[in-house]
Design a protein around this ligand. Structure first.
Ligand SMILES: [Zn+2]
Length: 284
């Protein structure tokens, strides 16, 4: 019945402990980029914790630098098809299965790709927002990213990289002079802007009410299960710290080391796409 592979088998003692922890129920899931890499979405921090070629946009640059913001939207326009076409993987489906089995008290994700919801998970708290919508920094209007994409395509019929300019990640390295030729559109509600993807950029603060909601979920949970996050950024790591303060056990499934390893009760260092379906098999 199980399709355990060598990577999972080598982690079996920890996996048995993890199954015990999760089997008790009231599990709060906190997921990160490592859960979505099997869906083709690059993990910008990777296993080593170092940033890859592209430094993600910071809130400071987006807010203060109109040219940087313009180039962000040009790159985002090019990369949007890949994000839109990404599909949930076995790890996302396993989380939805654990929830359907009544074992979860909540799902918090640091990912902005919507793939938990696409896999069927409910009441997902998007800690860092979601790329499927935009917000106007002038009037606060929230709008659909798909609608924006249609408007941008109409305004930029010929904009985009040649096939040989797209790297294996689906990412394109476009020269600045090409990016500057991109045509951005205004907010439909107020005619102004600027528009921002409804996500929390590096250097930006997660809204306080969202954080408080997550802390309440944690306080009502029997354990915290971190999936695919190296816990590099404090916005996620603080939940591990709070769980430790509250005496709530913490489990981690991540390929590679995490910042929280010294504070966790169970650590499974193996691919999520193998560990999580195995966990579902054991518990449902
Ligand atoms: Zn507006």
């Amino acid at each position: 019945m199980s399709s355990a592979v060598p990577a999972v088998q080598s982690a079996v003692p920890a996996l048995a402990d993890l199954a015990d922890l999760v089997g008790d129920g009231d599990v709060l899931v906190l997921s990160g980029a490592g859960l979505s890499t099997d869906s083709g979405i690059p993990d910008y921090r990777g296993a080593s914790g170092s940033l890859r070629r592209h430094t993600p946009m910071t809130w400071q640059t987006f807010r203060r630098d109109p040219r940087g913001r313009h180039r962000y939207w040009a790159r985002s326009f090019v990369g949007w098809r890949q994000m839109r076409d990404a599909r949930p993987n076995a790890g996302h489906r396993a989380v939805a299965d654990l929830q359907a089995a009544g074992l979860l008290s909540g799902v918090i994700t640091q990912n902005v790709d919507g793939l938990h919801q696409a896999a069927g998970a409910r009441a997902v708290v998007e800690l860092h927002g979601g790329l499927d919508r935009t917000i106007c920094l002038e009037c606060g209007d929230v709008a659909s990213r798909a609608d924006l994409d249609a408007r941008l395509r109409a305004a930029n019929p010929d904009f985009g990289p040649r096939a040989d300019e797209v790297n294996p990640d689906g990412d394109a390295e476009l020269p600045d002079e090409v990016l500057d030729g991109f045509v951005m559109v205004d907010c439909l509600a107020c005619g102004g802007g600027p528009l921002k993807p409804d996500v929390v950029f590096f250097g930006e603060t997660v809204p306080r009410d969202r954080v408080d909601h997550c802390f309440r979920l944690l306080e009502d949970s029997g354990c915290l299960l971190v999936l695919g996050s190296s816990l590099t950024v404090m916005s996620g790591y603080r939940f591990v710290l709070r769980a430790a303060e509250l005496g709530i056990p913490v489990g981690v499934v991540n390929l590679g080391e995490t910042r929280g390893d010294a504070k966790v009760d169970v650590k499974v260092d193996a691919p999520l796409g193998e560990v999580l379906p195995e966990l579902v098999t054991r518990l449902t």
